[in-house]
Design a protein around this ligand. Sequence first.
Ligand code: L34
Length: 262
Amino acid sequence: MENLKKDGIIPSLAVIIVGDDPASKIYVKNKKLACEYCGIKSLEYALPAETSQEELLALIDKLNNDNSVSGILCQLPLPKGLDEEAVINAISPKKDVDAFHPVNVGKIMVGNFDFLPCTPAGVMELIALSGIEVKGKKCAVIGRSNIVGKPMSMLLLHQHGTVTICHSKTADLKAEVSQADIVVAAVGVPELITGDMIKEGAVVIDVGMNRLPDGKLTGDVEYESCVVRASAITPVPGGVGPMTIAMLMKNTVKAALLNKTK
Ligand code: L34
């Protein structure tokens, strides 16, 4: 960061949040705090739920053309009536710190990318920092979203894992999960993965972020029954969530370098 400053580069992140989803507000606040901690300039655009598609796209256009903005992120999900795909497509691929734009998704697919999507990148970082090798391992990814499941599978594949993607139509989830050395749960079903489903010594990574009616936050993994069988496991909260934010900071610095004008 000091080196960047010497070169006159100030990384900045524009975060757009539309409406007042309480969970999104927490995540955006955490992103803002992380920016402050890292010395990244953060710009927040909190728009009302009634914002029109045209207004949202006009803001993105303005930020795309603003040289003082390194990265742009529009927090998902968007309120009903707004077209998420159009919004993702509107963000300049060079400022797309989420790596959701089809150009960036394609680059990840071919293995030559500028940005990695924050949550899957955070999971890979956790695996690497824990000294776990993916090469040759059986990996089960549960969930096939564009944001987590699909790119997660690709990153594990890049690291030479043998990857199975499970989803709501998978015939026998337990049969698939019980073979895996590395399990990544990203489906949004509270405590779907239980200890009896996982192999002894498996690595269990919980991407789930489910808010129960009583306000409690729980993952897709039943922690108590899995922790006794797993060789490594992530909790919720305090697991993948903070890593997502750390990777966003990394992407923002990368975007600042990518977009430097001189
Ligand atoms: N555009 N939309 C866009 N980019 C993203 O990368 C996200 N995501 C997901 C939702 N929508 C998005 C996030 O930022 C999920 N997500 C996210 C970010 C941070 C945390 C959780 C999800 C987080 O800080 N989790 C804390 C707990 C927070 C709490 O108390 O609710 C944790 O310790 O896991």
